[in-house]
Design a protein around this ligand. Structure first.
Ligand code: C5P
Length: 297
């Protein structure tokens, strides 16, 4: 029986700029995305019918889940794909701004591609993924990329130098459509500088990557959920100069170039935020090894 195990990495946005609202309701963005080693584990196994099993009670085990939509989409395009049992071990918090649902979706598609030898290349996988969500194409590749359009147009960037993160996810979630819907781009004068971040990546200058971080959606999320702003302020006060909300939130992360400093900060902040998570940048080798086949034909 064919089986696959996929490690599905979370992402953060080192830079998230919003340029304008489009006619189709989406927003034109420019984002520097980075995969981090906080990850879900997905097991795919042939079964009598499509079936999702998950250890997370916040995820309804039905076909509306993005991971299951990925199964259905692949089966529509490739009839040789059998019914599959998907087992999802969640570590990435849900509705957190860390692309947890998107990376599970991408992981399922990558797993199926390898299990059935479909031979889909990066472009094809990104195109299929974009049908299910804006963040999914990035999650197919990485580890560092520029995302434009509605977020689905991906251009590889030089890999980010090693960075270390301490992430805190508040107990509530935020709705991405609400955050975008509440954003008044024209009223915001200062935008983060995507090009400065790209320059820093090309120069492999970790400090400059950190100082170029920014997220335009903070304006909107802070307005809707002032507790996210309080969390950011409190994390900065705990001893980090580079603290940012990821995606549409509400997760806030503190970023460091030195692992020892990040560990020290993590130990300190865990007293106040016991659910704090430690993560580091994902490298190319980790990405290449994320899908493993096992079992027999
Ligand atoms: O593409 P995805 O399903 O992830 O987007 C969820 C929602 O977030 C969209 O329906 C839209 O309201 C908002 N969004 C947006 N501009 C983007 C991405 C998402 O307005 N670039």
């Amino acid at each position: 029986m064919k089986q696959a195990k996929v490690t599905a990495y979370a992402k953060i946005n080192l830079v998230l700029d919003v340029l304008r609202k489009r006619e189709d309701g989406y927003h034109e963005v420019a984002m520097v995305m980075q995969a981090i080693d906080l990850a879900d584990t997905i097991h795919l196994q042939e079964a009598q019918r499509n079936w999702l099993h998950t250890d997370n009670k916040h995820i309804p085990p039905n076909m509306n889940n993005l991971a299951m939509k990925a199964v259905t989409l692949m089966q529509q395009h490739f009839p040789q794909v059998a019914p599959l049992q998907v087992t999802l071990q969640k570590k990435i918090p849900v509705a957190a701004g860390l692309a947890g649902g998107s990376t599970d979706c991408a992981g399922v598609m990558l797993g199926i591609n390898k299990m059935y030898n479909l031979g889909l290349g990066q472009d094809e996988l990104e195109r299929l993924g974009a049908e299910l969500g804006s963040d999914i194409p990035f999650c197919m590749g990485g580890p560092t990329a520029l995302a434009t359009g509605r977020g689905e147009k991906i251009e590889a960037l030089p890999h980010c130098p090693d960075l270390f993160f301490v992430l805190v996810k508040p107990s509530f979630g935020v709705s991405t459509p609400k955050v975008y819907g509440n954003l008044r781009v024209a009223e915001i004068k200062e935008h983060p500088d995507v090009n400065r971040c790209i320059h820093a990546l090309k120069a492999q200058n970790a400090e400059q990557v950190l100082t170029s971080m920014g997220n335009l959606l903070e304006h909107s999320t802070f307005e809707l959920q002032p507790d996210v702003k309080k969390l950011k302020d409190s994390m900065a006060a705990a001893g980090c100069n580079h603290v940012l909300m990821s995606g549409s939130g509400p997760t806030v992360f503190a970023a460091f170039a030195e692992e020892a400093q990040a560990q020290q900060y993590y130990q300190k902040i865990r007293n106040e935020y016991p659910g704090a998570m430690f993560a580091r940048t994902v490298n190319q080798k980790m990405l290449e090894e994320r899908v493993a086949l096992y079992g027999t034909d």
